[in-house]
Design a binder for this molecule. Structure first.
Ligand code: KIV
Length: 257
C-alpha cells in the first residue's frame, strides 16, 4: 500500500487529518503544505459552474481540474471524486477510476454510498485502486440536505454502511452532515479514519470546501466556518486597478517596455 495512504491511516487515534478541496493549481499549491489530503471534489459543479447539483459534473471536468490540481501539489495525498453515473457497476467504475488515475496521477478516488457501492469498491480495491468512502448526506443522490442520523433507521443504516465500507477496504470515510453522537460512535467503531464535514469534532479529521473557507463562495451552511474574506481583497485590488487605469497611473514606466 502506498506510503501516503498508510500515513493517513496511521493518524487514527493519534492526530487529526486535515483535508481541503482544490479545483486548480494555484489554490492547490497554497493549501498543500497545510493539508494531509487534498480533494478534487465534485462540489466544483455548484461552486464553479453554478450547477443546481453535482449530478451534472462529468468525468472530463473532473479530469481537467484534477490535472491542474496535480501541478500544485507536492506532499498531500490527492483524492479525486468519481462523478455521478460513472460508477453504476463494477466494470464502469473500474474503467473510469483507471482513467482518472492514469490521466491525473491522483492517489485515490472517492465514491458516495455504502451498501449500494460495496461490491464496486471491493472491485476497485482488488485492482489496487485506493478508495475513500463517503456517507451521510450524499450530494450525488440527495433529495434533502438535512443532516443524517435523526431516526433509528437512518442511524442503523449509516452505521451498517460504515462497517461495510471498512470491510470493503476503504482507507478513510467522509461523513457529511452526520449527527454528532452517531459520528462519534462510527469513529469509535471503524478502524479507518473518519473525515467529517458537518459531522462534529469527534471525527478523525475535517474537510471543508476551500472556496467556502476563504469566503469566495457564498454559502450559509451551519458547518462552514469562514476563515478569510478573500472577496474583499479581490474587490480592493480590482478597484485600485480601475482607479490607476482611469487616472493613467498604470502602467507606469516600470511596467512598460
Ligand atoms: O465534493 C466535495 O467537495 C466533497 C466534500 C464536501 C467532502 O465531497
Amino acid at each position: 500500500m502506498q506510503k501516503k495512504i498508510l500515513s493517513i491511516k496511521s493518524k487514527k487515534n493519534k492526530s487529526k487529518i486535515v483535508c481541503l478541496t482544490a479545483y486548480s493549481k494555484n489554490i492547490a499549491s497554497i493549501i498543500d503544505k497545510h493539508c494531509d489530503v487534498v480533494l478534487v471534489g465534485d462540489s466544483l459543479g455548484s461552486v464553479l459552474y453554478n450547477f443546481s447539483s453535482t449530478k451534472k459534473v462529468t468525468l472530463d471536468m473532473m479530469i481537467e481540474h484534477s490535472k491542474s490540481v496535480r501541478m500544485g501539489l507536492k506532499k498531500s495525498l490527492m483524492v479525486v471524486d468519481m462523478p455521478h453515473n460513472t460508477y453504476r457497476n463494477s466494470k464502469e467504475a473500474l474503467k473510469n477510476a483507471k482513467k482518472i488515475i492514469s490521466k491525473t496521477k491522483c492517489d485515490a478516488v472517492k465514491l458516495e454510498g455504502g451498501k449500494k457501492v460495496f461490491k464496486i469498491i471491493k472491485t476497485l480495491i482488488k485492482n489496487k485502486i485506493q478508495v475513500m468512502g463517503h456517507l451521510g448526506v450524499l450530494p450525488q443522490s440527495a433529495t434533502s440536505f438535512k443532516f443524517k442520523g435523526k431516526n433509528i433507521t437512518e442511524r442503523k443504516n449509516i452505521l451498517r454502511d460504515s462497517k461495510l465500507l471498512e470491510e470493503a477496504g476503504v482507507f478513510s470515510i467522509v461523513l457529511e452532515c452526520v449527527e454528532s453522537s452517531l459520528a462519534k460512535e462510527i469513529t469509535k467503531i471503524v478502524r479507518v479514519p473518519t473525515i467529517g464535514i458537518g459531522a462534529s469534532v469527534y471525527c478523525d479529521g475535517q474537510v471543508l470546501v476551500t472556496d467556502d473557507l476563504i469566503g469566495l463562495n457564498e454559502i450559509s451552511a451551519r458547518f462552514v466556518k469562514k476563515y478569510s474574506n478573500i472577496k474583499k481583497h479581490i474587490n480592493n485590488a480590482a478597484l485600485k486597478f480601475k482607479q490607476d487605469v482611469t487616472e493613467t497611473k498604470f502602467p507606469s514606466k516600470k511596467h512598460s517596455y
